[in-house]
Design a protein around this ligand. Structure first.
Ligand SMILES: *[C@@H]1O[C@H](CO)[C@@H](O)[C@H](O)[C@H]1NC(C)=O
Ligand SMILES: *[C@@H]1O[C@H](CO)[C@@H](O)[C@H](O)[C@H]1NC(C)=O
Ligand SMILES: *[C@@H]1O[C@H](CO)[C@@H](O)[C@H](O)[C@H]1NC(C)=O
Ligand SMILES: *[C@@H]1O[C@H](CO)[C@@H](O)[C@H](O)[C@H]1NC(C)=O
Ligand SMILES: *[C@@H]1O[C@H](CO)[C@@H](O)[C@H](O)[C@H]1NC(C)=O
Length: 468
């Protein structure tokens, strides 16, 4: 059949591409032979749309930041989510070897490391919690582990030193005045949630400690990781069979837990357990704990949604906030880490990541680009609800499928080159204990970043039964 001249064919294709087909979408099947190429391309497309929400590209290909480096537009995005985004971009580079964003990422992180190199920038004291600081710490820890280019200015602290600073700060905030230990959610007492002890903060300390122990070989970090873990075990936040709840009121003696279950809390615990498993040379203690967390993750892959990853506490009703839309990113990342550092879990994990990546890619069919990702991966196409968190979740679940094809993390003994400082965060670079920034008005006080609790009042009756 010869219908078109080549010019006519081009015009026809142009019409099809631009006007007729409603959406581009991304075709991806990570189980196919030769899928590496398509995983990389899919990740590249999704990353580009994510970066566009932070920076624009000028004609010379340079990324032009419209606001303050290292920050996403506030509102709606809090400080922590930018840290999580930079972590995802570092991992994106590691998975794909695409260094397009590396300079932008390094500059953004270093701008936000703060006046004392301790991830306590004065501007953020209006809403920085322990878990917020931790997500930035995870990003710099990834930078150290994955061999991301070190800061070029010798006056800047190394990635490792920044992570060590956060760990030392967490150690100094360990609170024995309530519930015999544990970290409070908040750093600053003027923020709502100061009397909430949560999984993200304590599990985050556990995971960061485990990673620092792996990287440096310093057993003190593993001891603190274990201490945070043990505190969680005796609290109502972890059940005997390794379900993970969100947080507990320390004014009421940490007796009951908010039992909402979130992908990111599972990701944090599972990731930490995978590092500890590997650090302890495959101990059965950590194998059992890791398996325990992993065996509960199917709750986030419901049959009714075709076994695709779902933020069950809020997604189906479209009630997730901007923080929560990003949570699937972290479960994806740390499931991949588990498959890598605890290879016995890979057969259970990889099919979950493959299946959800295919689904996530398929619904990246929205926005001006035609490839923006929506929020619900069990829909066949873009559901009209995009954002940085949605984009990051899709990016992470897609790129996580590269995990079997990349080098395991570096450490100080096998080629890791990040500059450390075990005393960071303890002396002159200790965080301030007094107000350094005018607290926001009460209207803004709820600003404490990773909001999983404030919605409880309305959800306790409605949503939590789905996950309990
Ligand atoms: C990764 O990228 C760098 C620089 O862009 C290049 O030199 C190197 O060969 C690439 N490695 C692989 C495995 O593709
Ligand atoms: C803090 O806020 C000021 C005023 O908006 C801004 O000029 C500065 O760059 C900010 N610093 C950081 C680290 O975000
Ligand atoms: C190990 O880490 C602890 C906790 O930060 C620190 O006090 C100690 O100096 C470190 N030891 C070494 C040998 O680096
Ligand atoms: C793991 O094995 C190595 C090599 O045998 C050993 O040096 C190290 O101490 C072990 N680690 C732990 C935490 O037992
Ligand atoms: C630790 O992780 C490395 C890198 O993935 C892997 O080769 C090794 O088998 C893991 N150790 C154990 C005990 O599974």
């Amino acid at each position: 059949m010869k219908l078109f001249s080549s010019a006519g064919l081009l015009a026809f294709l142009y019409v099809i591409g631009c006007n007729v087909l409603p959406a581009a979408a991304i075709d991806l099947d990570p189980t196919q032979p030769g899928a590496l190429y398509s995983i990389r391309n899919a990740a590249k497309t999704v990353a580009k749309d994510m970066v566009a929400m932070y920076a624009n590209q000028d004609a010379g290909g340079t990324h032009v930041i419209s606001g303050i480096p290292g920050l996403l537009t506030y509102p709606p995005y809090y400080w922590w989510e930018a840290g999580a985004m930079f972590g995802s971009l570092i991992e994106y580079w590691y998975y794909t070897n695409d260094s397009t964003y590396n300079d932008m990422v390094r500059d953004g992180i270093l701008f936000q490391v703060g006046e004392k190199g301790n991830l306590m920038p004065a501007n953020q004291s209006k809403d920085e919690g322990n878990d917020d600081q931790l997500f930035w710490a995870f990003a710099v820890m990834s930078a150290a582990e994955l061999g991301f280019e070190n800061p070029t200015d010798p006056k800047q602290p190394g990635w490792l030193a920044i992570a060590q600073s956060v760990m030392n700060q967490l150690i100094s905030r360990w609170d024995t005045t309530q519930c015999s230990g544990g970290l409070k959610w908040q750093i600053y007492q003027w923020l709502d949630g100061y009397n909430y002890k949560n999984t993200a903060a304590n599990g985050g300390m556990f995971q960061l400690g485990a990673r620092l122990a792996m990287y440096t070989g310093n057993a003190t970090y593993a001891e603190w990781a274990t201490k945070a873990f043990d505190w969680l075990v005796q609290s109502p936040l972890l059940t005997k069979d390794w379900q993970v709840y969100d947080g507990t009121n320390s004014l009421a003696g940490c007796k009951d837990a908010d039992q909402l279950q979130w992908t990111y809390n599972y990701g944090i615990m599972l990731g930490g357990a995978a590092y500890m498993y590997n650090y302890t040379n495959g101990s059965s203690l950590w194998a059992d704990r890791l398996s325990g967390f992993l065996n509960h993750t199917p709750v986030f892959f419901p049959k009714a949604q075709n076994n695709v990853m779902v933020e069950v506490a809020c997604e189906i009703t479209q009630k997730c906030d901007v923080d929560q839309w990003s949570f699937k990113a972290y479960l994806s990342r740390w499931l991949a880490i588990s498959a890598q550092l605890a290879p016995f879990t890979a057969p259970q994990i990889m099919p979950m990541l493959q299946h959800s990546a295919t689904a996530a890619a398929k619904q990246c069919s929205g926005g001006d680009s035609g490839t923006q990702c929506g929020s619900r991966w069990f829909y066949e196409q873009y559901d009209g609800n995009g954002g940085v968190g949605q984009q990051m979740s899709a990016l992470n679940v897609i790129s996580a499928n590269m995990i079997a094809h990349v080098q395991p993390p570096f450490n100080a003994k096998n080629g890791g080159s990040s500059q450390g400082n075990p005393a960071a965060g303890t002396g002159d670079d200790n965080p301030p204990t007094t107000v350094v920034f005018e607290p926001m008005g009460t209207g803004d006080k709820a600003g404490a970043a990773i909001l999983t609790i404030l919605v409880l009042g309305t959800w306790m009756g409605g949503a939590w039964w789905m996950v309990s």
